[in-house]
Design a protein around this ligand. Sequence first.
Ligand SMILES: Cc1ncc(COP(=O)(O)O)c(C=O)c1O
Length: 440
Amino acid sequence: MPPLSQLVVNLDRLTANITRWRQMLGPRVKLATAVKSNAYGLGGPTIAAHLQSLGVDLLIVYNTTQAIELLDAGITAPILILLPGLDLPPTPGPPGNATDHPFNNPALLAALARGQIQLGIDAPHQISAIQKLAQRLDTNPPIPVHLHLDTGMSRAGMTPEQFSQALPLLTPPNSPPSTPASTHSPAIKLAGIYTHMACTDHPTITAQQQRFDAILKQHHHLIPPDTIIHTSATHASLRDTACHRDMVRIGIGLYGYGFPSTDPLADTDPFLPGADQFQHVVRWQSQITHITHRPAGTPVGYNHLHTLTRDSLIGIIPVGYGDGYPVALSNQSHVKIGNHHAPVLGRVNMDQLIIDLTPPPPPPHPHPHPHPHTHTHIPPHIPIHVGQPVDIISDDPTSLCSVPNLANLANTHAYEIICRIQKSVPRIYTTTATAATTRT
Ligand SMILES: Cc1ncc(COP(=O)(O)O)c(C=O)c1O
């Protein structure tokens, strides 16, 4: 039986977006891609494998469990774990014999030993824990680590004082800056120093970059020249080339989203030229499963949030908040049928949407050339039937149900819209290059 709905991820568009990022960044800046949280809900192993095939410089995950998932899927590209400290033992030493402990996982240990895994460090005490781990594994080459300096996010990340304690533990105190970092502690190596922008308006970017640079300058004698400096994710990277530094960390911008002009939670500062030339990658498809007539005046759905204003044709779509469609879109959003849009009526249910399939009343003075996307009802000449395909999310940026437009209506951002789509919705990956469609 075909699935009631499916999330279609267009890998060709993902490829085009990577090309676009590379054009924007130029040859000198490395491209790291954030695939944490199951690649923002789109399927970590498949997205990571595609990014690896495109030769991205680094894959970024949040914790050890996410890294193990990629290793188990056969990923061989370098992986940075942002918060391995969540699983590091509080005191240095082996994590006991628990076989399910991530730092006892054979795939992770083997990848650490061969230098594939890079570790973020958020506190000085984590360095000795990683050193002990590296010695236990007899790693060769040393484990690359990235020091995380907080410059205004006030989340994880070291204070300047903690950074001053941590850095000398990785680099020899009196060595000239050209000395490789590994001489002091051969088991682990300073690979990078990074910070994360809290806001991406120009004044905040500039303030955080200045704070970051002041601290780096203060410690320049301890920072080898091959240390990778990275400060920006999607929004800041699209705002200001000054924060591209040696590497950027791109997540939401891989999928064509991330322009906060459509994000009600963000600011409205201008972008770099060409920052809007990314393609939307995600489409959520479903179908009409039921069609019924109800007379004018009939209240619809839970709490009767909507009352029909005319004799109506209503349809049911088998998708709801149980699949990840936000309740906040009740009475707000549209779905797309062909080139037309149908309004969602009343409250979003756990596993159903009620939509209005009634043709619009003829306008008193029809516009000679209406834009197709301004149709918010299905015109009478469009045949409607059970089984008809419907887009819950459209990959057309001008659609009323594009990811940014739904995010806007739900008073959230693109991240939440795609991350919350449940794993039970099958992910389909399309690519014309191989004429293949794969399903997970
Ligand atoms: C440290 C860090 N870098 C990069 C990213 C990617 O951010 P974005 O999806 O905005 O590009 C994230 C995501 O939250 C992050 O936490």
